[in-house]
Design a protein around this ligand. Structure first.
Ligand SMILES: [Fe+2]
Ligand SMILES: [Fe+2]
Length: 332
């Protein structure tokens, strides 16, 4: 017997009031919140020259791979318009009705906007980056768009963002640790505050899906399986450099650098997947129809398969050199 689908808009309406306590708990007050300027030299105050010199002094202490990772992370953050356009487009998130879903997505976007802003300014001041090359990549990335496979489905939407926010937390957190190791405490702080935003956002999205599971366990289970069967596409998937480089080529090289540094690896993908299985109590979920039971089986088995592939390792890395990094400043 085929399933009686619960209309997504109905679920979203039913949950609108229930997400308010989550928003209240996890939305930071704008005026008390950190802003990019808190971590950057104040050009209106004495001593800014010294502060800029300090930032530039660290350029040579950081490895080429670390610069590439930081630049790739920045470009990913700066393609925020693409992500907002996707997430706000799901059924039940109606900007005109100004419900709590759209309220959250506006506040999420406003918080995320600080990430690219802060990183971009830091990179500009570092002197280690060919800013024009980076900017061209950013414009290409927004121009190319991407399809995370969420259709208009709010379940898929928030499964995707749950995964992605944890992934960005992992990569910013590890970049912070590596920056600290390289003696760059200022940059470690920058990546650290961004990482903690990402974790707070992940908590919100994970909570949304928990509520959705309570109303429509079978529908959410099938959506989760669909998303993981397709695989979570990284937002910067289509990243490319200038000069007619093929779409997505820069992403492969960027991912190589991140993987070699241990900032984000294929094993992290498996760990995040397993974490979501636990967060949502997939194994113990009750009230599933036959189709959703099958989806659960598949969704539970898949991490082992992905891990086996990850354990095999990957192809040797190419000797590609990015146009983004001023090589005279960055070590190999
Ligand atoms: Fe972010
Ligand atoms: Fe994020």
């Amino acid at each position: 017997m085929s399933r009686r689908e619960i209309p997504r808009a109905e679920v979203m309406r039913a949950l609108d009031g229930k997400i308010l306590p989550i928003l209240d708990k996890y939305t930071a007050d704008i005026e008390a919140n950190w802003q990019p300027s808190d971590f950057l030299p104040d050009f209106g105050a004495e001593g800014w020259e010294e502060q800029v010199r300090e930032i530039r002094g660290h350029a040579a202490e950081m490895s080429y791979d670390l610069w590439v990772t930081l630049i790739g992370d920045t470009i990913t953050e700066e393609a925020l318009p693409t992500y907002e356009a996707w997430v706000i487009n799901a059924d039940g998130i109606d900007q005109i009705e100004a419900n709590n879903w759209s309220k959250w997505l506006r506040s999420w976007t406003a918080e995320e906007n600080r990430h690219g802003d802060l990183l971009h300014k830091y990179l500009f001041l570092s002197g280690a980056v060919d800013m024009r090359e980076m900017e061209v990549t950013t414009q290409h990335l927004i121009n190319d768009g991407f399809d995370p496979g969420i259709d208009h489905d709010p379940y898929k939407n928030f499964i995707y963002t749950s995964f992605q926010e944890i992934a960005t937390n992992v990569s910013h957190r590890r970049t912070a640790t590596l920056s600290k190791k390289a003696g760059n405490n200022a940059l470690a702080k920058i990546c650290g505050v961004i990482a903690s935003d990402e974790m707070r956002h992940a908590t919100v999205y994970i909570s949304f899906i928990k509520l959705m599971f309570e109303i429509d366990p079978s529908g959410v289970m099938s959506a989760f399986n669909d998303m993981m069967r397709r695989g979570i596409t990284m937002p910067a998937h289509f990243m490319r450099e200038s000069g007619g480089a093929p779409q997505g080529e820069a992403f492969i090289h960027f991912a190589d650098c991140a993987q070699d540094l241990g900032v984000y690896t294929a094993h992290d993908y498996v760990d995040i997947y397993n974490r979501l299985l636990k967060e949502w109590n997939i194994e113990g979920m009750t009230g599933l129809d036959d189709e959703a039971e099958k989806a659960r089986d598949q969704v539970m088995k898949r991490p082992q398969l992905i891990k086996r592939i990850a354990d095999r390792g990957r192809k040797p890395r190419s000797d590609h050199r990015f146009k983004w990094v001023h090589e005279r400043l960055a070590q190999r």
